[in-house]
Design a protein. Sequence first.
Length: 171
Amino acid sequence: MTGRQRAIRAGVALGVTIAGVVALGYVLPVAAASWIKALHVIAVISWMAGMLYLPRLFVYHCAATPGSETSETFKVMERRLLEYIINPAMIVSWVAGLWLAWVVFRFQGGWLHGKLALVVGLSAVHGMFSAAVRAFAEDRNTRSQTYWRAMNEVPTAIMVVVVILVIVKPF
Ligand code: HEM
């Protein structure tokens, strides 16, 4: 896939997210909040499961010889995890989360602003992982196992702070 095609895909994903939030914002009553929150938590669990597992696959993939059967198997696993789980789960997390932030909280609250900043950071990490899946698929990853082990901890750290912010709401 070329850079232009990737940019178009990213634009379409962003458009779907924004259109989804606006459409849901006008169609669903505030009374639907519990259902949307349930959907949000389900999507977030799926997103995080993928974000925690993908760098683990990168750690093992680093040890596989390029062109070997093991390496080719990792490529398939990484691509499927990204395309079938992580990408859709991120879009649903954003759509449902923004709906809650808008319809229920009117984008008010320090905890919400902190959480939004962190999930933008998490989405940037998602973008980095997505680029890494392409690099591994083309056998041009230059990062070490140690690097991917360290990167594995980033989504975990963000998740811990996000959950404390949204549950405890300390400010
Ligand atoms: C993608 C962007 C996200 C947005 C805009 C967003 C926004 C929100 C909002 C407004 C709520 C409702 C809070 C309440 O009713 O008290 C909520 C609930 C929640 N969010 Fe998110 N969120 C996002 C991503 C995440 C992520 C990445 C996680 C976890 C790693 C997460 C975990 C949760 C949890 C556990 C709840 C339920 C809290 C409760 O009601 O007790 N969210 N989110």
